[in-house]
Ligand binder design. Structure first.
Ligand SMILES: Cc1cc2nc3c(=O)[nH]c(=O)nc-3n(C[C@H](O)[C@H](O)[C@H](O)COP(=O)(O)OP(=O)(O)OC[C@H]3O[C@@H](n4cnc5c(N)ncnc54)[C@H](O)[C@@H]3O)c2cc1C
Ligand code: SF4
Ligand code: SF4
Length: 792
């Protein structure tokens, strides 16, 4: 059984495990000074973007002092030292690793800028693209972006594209060292020393453009290095009348099986019970081949060993394990590619979500020490003496010691965090947000250790902490919201995202700040609401209800409690049971990503961690927690509404008290914000918000009845780059829908309509507009089953 720590770690890592990236600054420099990363490896999912990144980085480097014709070493001097030779190789400006789209464009840009360089290539020029299935059409997306740099790019068959690139390399005399993979890299005295099988190179800067595809994933079973086992399929038509085993469940495995089955007997083995990430067309062809007996498809099967001419596998048949040996003159293990984590780490490169060691217990102890320290500090700012003042704990010495303890614990957490201890950051994040929300609970009812002093010490300028908290919230949302608007909207020229962030920030400023904190009071004071309302305490003295203008029950849980004026009662009913369902009908759960202030901080401050949202089936199952909270809200509301009539005083008061502390303080406040940097921003909205769950259920019903207008559709251009799934902040595997060209809606997902998957898709595959699914590029589709290829 897994330890609790391993379980927590698996949840924390599920978000980024499939598409990990190196940590880079805005110029694509890694944590290793002078080492830049471009292309697929740096998150540019298509050729045009990989080329653009490479050109930008070289442009930036060419403008730096110490490189170029003015720097030591001149263009064309690149040389390697043969093993055994004593002469040091010449120092070049750039060592470019990888001769794919990014590497070649970097080389051409460097040549143009007068920088000396050498390109190392593990295999062949453009080997990733060269490995695409025969005749595959390569799109030059995004359409609206002109290609940058001198490398040729247009929509073309892969053969034409690769031939053109070979010609360009030759015409420009690019120094590309083929079949010379980079093996190790060291930085000494500001110069990189690179080692390959052929010798060593010295360079002032390194550009890593090694892509993600060159590292086929392996099964790691005995016999996998036998001659009959391959991790790529180059020429499927070479095989005839043979027994072939294909292992895998993505498009590359399915396409290989289909092509090989034309002339051979093929077994397709997959470890799961369903093929979820394959193209619709592949699915159809596979079903046909299986029914016609051309392919034997074995689900729940795992190869345990390869032996000459055969493979041994175990098959799980409804819990019964069966061993089977299948003939395999050739075996193709096509289970995707993986990031060369070991290689990157050996170069000293840090990856995102990459933590080193650390201790959960130590972080808990330090977090607790910080809070104990604050407890002892309390009396210095008007708080009660801890331990009833025993041992002088209410005096100056006790307070000073408490302050020092809190400071030391916080500094230690920061120090450990900087060294790569994830738990230390988690502990620090908890201390901060526990304090913020634990104090906001209210004067006199603050959480320990702030009880009796926290609220008043943070209330100043005649305003309470609740007000300053709203100010802080709005400022954080605005600062980070403008950054997010730039990231998704302005930089990508995406009007949808610009409108979305404008909407979110406007709702926050107007309905969650100005109206409840100022306008309502002025409306009462200056009698704008009329004499009757202004002098009715049920209206005038309950400014907090103004938050309920936009917040609907059960998010605004107190809508009908505590003697509301009938205006609020009626508005609460209209909003919750009229306007929200109407909105849901047309826009699904967009309330969460366009309107709501609770989700607003997640969409802005939490946005930079959106790719860390937990993914996978287990993460999805946990969404059922929202149902429990919704049921709790319904029961507690019913108890309160019938409290007086039925005499349910104790049960009603207790359930509301529990709801208040559990949901309003812990689940909305402390926990989600603490977890933003670890699980992305949408923890509350996705897992616990009862309004989100209510909207989801409504939207599901509307979708099933065919009334819903909300859905995301996909055309047939998906290249399985995973960008959409990576950036979905509620952990939806959008790519799975795109590959199968299935409609994504609230019948099967908890999508909140933020549209970021649509925004980031480099192939314009996804759209909210149903007509777009028909806008693929059918005229260039080949009839060959090998047209599309690998799902990662
Ligand atoms: C199935 C599929 C379909 C696609 N279709 C399209 C499309 O239609 N249009 C589009 O724009 N994009 C498409 N792409 C994406 C496109 O292939 C990538 O965006 C592009 O190849 C990235 O270029 P790159 O230079 O970053 O990496 P790569 O093209 O992968 O090049 C990396 C190079 O580095 C070399 N290398 C690796 N390790 C080392 C080492 N240690 N030392 C030396 N060299 C090394 C590799 O051999 C390789 O040649 C598709 C991808 C896939 C998988
Ligand atoms: S599926 Fe797309 S629109 Fe829906 S929540 Fe995820 S990223 Fe946003
Ligand atoms: S739909 Fe998703 S996986 Fe497919 S190309 Fe677009 S972003 Fe990539």
């Amino acid at each position: 059984m897994r330890s609790p720590r391993a379980w927590i770690e698996s949840v924390l890592e599920s978000g980024s495990s499939e598409a990990r990236r190196p940590v880079l600054d805005k110029h694509n420099q890694s944590n290793v000074k002078g080492l830049y990363i471009v292309g697929d490896l740096a998150g540019a999912p298509v050729i045009k973007l990989a080329m653009a990144q490479a050109a930008e980085v070289v442009e930036y480097l060419a403008a730096q002092p110490g490189l170029g014709p003015s720097g030591p070493g001149a263009p064309g001097e690149a040389s390697s030292r043969e093993p055994g030779s004593d002469d040091p190789p010449a120092v070049v400006d750039l060592l470019i690793v990888g001769a794919g789209a990014a590497g070649l464009n970097a080389a051409l840009s460097a040549q143009e800028a007068g920088l000396s360089f050498v390109v190392l290539e593990k295999e062949r020029i453009a080997s990733t693209i060269d490995d695409f299935p025969e005749g595959k059409w390569v799109y030059a997306e995004p359409d609206d972006l002109p290609p940058r740099g001198k490398l040729w790019l247009d929509g073309a068959r892969k053969e034409e594209l690769v031939a053109r690139w070979h010609q360009i390399v030759e015409d420009n005399g690019l120094d590309v060292r083929l079949r010379e993979p980079l093996e190790s890299l060291e930085r000494r005295d500001g110069v990189f020393h690179a080692t390959t099988s052929a010798g060593t190179y010295r360079a002032r800067r390194v550009i890593l453009a090694t892509g993600q595809r060159g590292n086929p994933r392996k099964l790691g079973v005995p016999g996998e290095d036998l001659e009959q086992v391959y991790h790529r399929l180059y020429s499927p038509r070479r095989y005839r009348d043979e027994e072939i085993l294909v292992v895998g469940g993505g498009n590359s495995a399915v396409e290989a099986a289909l092509t090989l089955a034309e002339r051979n007997r093929v077994v397709l083995s997959y470890r799961r019970g369903e093929l979820t990430r394959i193209f619709k067309d592949n699915r159809r062809q596979l079903d046909e081949a299986v029914s016609a007996g051309r392919i034997e498809l074995i689900f729940h099967s795992e190869v345990r060993e390869f032996r000459p001419g055969e493979a041994v596998m175990t098959i799980d048949r409804a819990g019964q394990r069966e061993e089977r040996t299948v003939r395999a003159d050739h075996a193709f293990v096509l289970i995707g590619a993986e990031l060369p984590v070991g290689f990157l780490r050996s170069l000293g490169i840090r990856l995102e979500n990459d933590w080193r060691g650390g201790s959960l217990l130590r972080a808990l102890a330090l977090g607790a020490a910080a809070l104990v320290g604050l407890w002892f500090l309390g009396p210095a700012v008007g708080g009660p003496a801890p331990l009833g003042g025993a041992f002088g704990t209410g005096g100056t010495v006790g307070s000073a010691a408490g302050g020092l303890l809190a400071l030391a614990a916080v500094l230690l957490l920061v120090r450990l965090g900087v060294r790569g201890d994830r738990w230390a950051w988690l502990g620090l994040s908890f201390v901060i947000w526990y304090s913020v929300y634990g104090i906001k609970v209210g004067k006199g009812s603050e959480l320990w250790p702030f009880r009796g002093w926290g609220y008043s010490s943070l209330s100043f300028l005649d305003r309470s902490w609740a007000f300053w908290y709203t100010v802080l919230y709005t400022v954080l949302m605005t600062v980070f919201g403008l950054q997010a608007m730039k990231r998704w909207g302005i930089d990508r020229r995406d009007r949808f995202q610009i409108w979305r962030y404008t909407s979110l920030l406007s709702f926050q400023w107007v309905f969650f700040f100005i109206v409840p904190e100022f306008l309502f009071q002025w409306a009462v004071k200056y009698r704008w609401v009329g004499e009757a309302l202004a002098s009715d305490p049920r209206f005038a003295d309950q400014a907090w209800r103004a938050y309920g203008i936009v917040y609907a029950w059960p998010l605004f849980f107190y809508t009908w409690f505590y003697d509301p004026h009938q205006i609020w009662v009626i508005w609460g009913i209209v909003l919750t049971f009229g306007l929200i369902p109407l909105l849901v009908l047309f826009h699904g759960k967009r309330y969460c990503s366009w309107i709501c202030g609770c989700g607003g901080l997640a969409e802005t401050f939490g946005d930079r961690w959106r790719h860390l949202a937990p993914k996978g089936k287990r993460a999805k199952r946990l969404e059922a927690m929202g149902l429990v909270i919704l049921a709790f809200a319904v029961v507690a509301t019913a108890l309160m509404l019938f409290r007086d009539a039925r005499g349910w005083y104790q049960a009603a008061d207790r359930s509301v008290g529990l709801y208040r502390i559990l949901v309003d303080v812990w689940l909305v406040g402390i926990l989600p914000v603490t977890l933003y940097p670890f699980l992305g921003g949408k923890v509350w909205c996705r897992y616990w918000c009862p309004l989100a769950k209510m909207m989801e259920l409504t939207s599901r019903l509307a979708t099933r009845l065919g009334w819903s207008r909300f859905h995301i559709v996909a055309n047939d251009k998906c290249i399985a780059c995973n960008e959409c799934s990576r950036n979905c902040q509620v952990g939806i595997d959008v790519m799975q829908y795109a590959l199968r060209q299935e409609t994504l809606d609230n019948a099967t997902s908890s999508c909140i309509g933020c549209g970021v998957c649509v925004t980031v898709c480099p192939m314009d595959t996804l759209s909210f507009d149903p007509r777009a699914s028909r806008r693929g590029a059918p005229e260039i589709r080949s009839a060959s089953p090998g047209e599309h290829s690998a799902a990662r």
